[in-house]
Design a protein around this ligand. Structure first.
Ligand code: NAD
Length: 481
């Protein structure tokens, strides 16, 4: 049974079932079947969305923070009550196992609730004046303005939730452009706000040709803030577009996370945690651990436990309860995985398990482990964004840290050791926006999520996530009149 909703654009409080740029199919990655036709916005609808977001902003910015919080809370209660149905839509369009989809919907509600609470605490301050002619200098934090939000297909609700939640909690209006591969989950997020009574224009949703949508919206005078999650080349390009209009920009551009396993770690336990973290969402996670740098004394037991865990994973349709890893999100990823494995093998790496696409319909790829991978291999420079782990041995900690820092990426990094003093010293030398010591859970609603170097700038979630949608304003009250 196809429970997939009929896709539509959402502009100024109205669902619009067709777009002036035609349509494209939404495909189920588990079997290649077409789920629905997605209407694509052309310039006409994009301009309408920008104008609606401008009107929505005028209304929403003057809505008291408490009232905003109450309305957002109504939307998150709806999300929770619909979690089961939305999880199914997410698995149909993206492929991840149903349990992961369910967790994502509930986590999205948590993220939005946290940000809405923070919205009530966007305090300013009073600065003592220098002169008797001034009786107060008030520093307040005000919403930046209409925001254009671009999200990818790997977390079809969580990533929109971080951006939409922060924008609305801060008093901004927004136009969300989710990935065209996975519009259904984002539509359900928007539907929850619509049903909760969000005024027209405050939140809008468009899909289209990504390059056309982003260039049109970012150049539009109504748009004052842009947030993007995706690849480094696209992130750089959007940064350039933002610079032309001096628009505030947040960029979350992926990573290539190193995992340093020190000689005192428990090889089997770290391998068990690592397999779960590596193959979650078929490895299509920007914080996914990928470059395992293991002390030589633990290398063999670590590889043995890791490979056993990877081989034991049950790969299949995300709707089947026994599936632990679903397909890749779209067909392009399969070719990318094959090319990375072939290149690594040609460079002299050893394939410890996996390495092939699975036969039959759908975009399934085996959980893959490459060991002893030489630095010349592409996979040691390019984010695989799929179910491939690299495990290499090291003898010298300084050299291992240098290797961990060798790439332009700097999103997440992980470190396993029982020696907390050493962990403190090593984590201080790791160039990453987030360092997980003895665990992989660095993404929480309350904690800032963001990278350094080419992994982007700015943070989402946490207090910082809200601050990204606020400007600082000084109002100075003279005492003459
Ligand atoms: P892609 O670059 O075609 O698309 C990535 C995302 O960016 C998609 O959501 C797409 O709609 C959007 N996009 C592309 N061009 C755009 C533009 N000009 N303006 C606005 N949005 C645009 O690549 P892909 O094949 O889908 O994925 C390839 C790579 O993207 C992955 O290897 C990974 O490195 C990166 N990626 C990163 C994340 C992340 O969470 N950081 C998520 C998805 C993909």
């Amino acid at each position: 049974m196809n429970d997939y909703p009929t896709p539509a654009l959402y502009i100024d409080g109205n669902w619009i079932g067709s777009g002036s740029a035609g349509s494209r199919p939404v495909v189920n990655p588990a079997d290649g079947s077409v789920l629905a036709a997605l209407p694509l916005a052309g310039e006409e609808e994009l301009d309408l969305a920008a104008a609606a977001a401008q009107r929505g902003f005028e209304r929403w910015r003057t809505t008291p923070a408490h009232a905003r919080h109450e309305l957002i809370g109504r939307a998150t209660r709806l999300l929770r009550s619909r979690a089961e149905a939305i999880a199914r839509i997410m698995t149909l369009e993206q492929g991840k196992p149903l349990a992961e989809s369910r967790r994502e919907v509930l986590l999205s509600a948590e993220i939005i609730d946290f940000l809405a609470e923070e919205g009530r605490r966007a305090y300013g301050r009073l600065v003592p004046p220098r002169s008797q002619a001034v009786f107060a200098q008030a520093v307040t934090r005000v919403p930046i303005g209409p925001a254009a939000l671009f999200t990818p297909w790997n977390f079809p609700m969580n990533l929109p939730a971080r951006k939409v939640g922060a924008a609305l909690a801060a008093g901004c209006s927004a136009i969300l452009k989710p990935a065209e591969e996975t519009p259904g989950s984002a539509m359900e997020l928007v539907r929850a706000f619509h049903d909760a009574g969000l005024p027209p224009g405050v939140l809008n949703l468009v899909c289209g040709d990504p390059a056309q949508v982003s260039s049109r919206l970012i150049a539009h005078p109504a748009i004052r803030k842009v947030s993007f999650t995706g690849s480094i080349p696209v992130g750089k390009h959007l940064g350039e577009l933002c610079a032309r209009g001096v628009k505030r920009y947040t960029a979350e551009l992926g990573g290539h996370a190193p995992v340093l396993v020190l000689s005192d770690a428990d090889a089997a336990q770290v391998a068990r945690l690592s397999v779960a973290a590596k193959y979650r969402n078929a490895g299509q996670v920007c914080t996914a651990p990928t470059r395992f740098l293991v002390h030589r004394s633990l290398f063999e037991p670590f590889v043995a436990a890791f490979v056993a865990g990877a081989r034991a994973l049950r790969v299949g349709n995300g709707l089947a309860p026994e599936s632990e890893m679903g397909p890749l999100a779209h067909a392009r990823r399969l070719g990318e995985m094959e090319a990375l494995v072939e290149d690594a093998a040609a460079c002299g790496a050893r394939l410890a398990c996996g390495g092939r696409r699975l036969p039959g319909p759908g975009y399934f790829f085996e959980p893959t482990v490459l060991i002893d991978v030489p630095e010349s291999a592409r996979i040691l420079r390019e984010e695989p964004f799929g179910p491939i782990a690299v495990i290499n041995a090291w003898d010298d900690l300084d050299a291992a840290i240098t290797q961990a820092n060798a790439l332009p990426y700097g999103l997440a990094a992980y470190l396993f050791t029982r020696d907390l003093a050493l962990a403190h010293g090593v984590s201080g030398r790791i160039e990453a926006g987030m360092v997980g010591i003895n665990h992989f859970g660095v993404s929480q609603p309350e904690t800032p999520f963001g990278g350094v170097k080419e992994s982007g700038y700015g943070s989402e979630s946490g207090q910082e996530g809200l601050a990204a949608y606020l400007d600082t304003k000084l109002t100075s009250f003279g005492g003459i009149y």
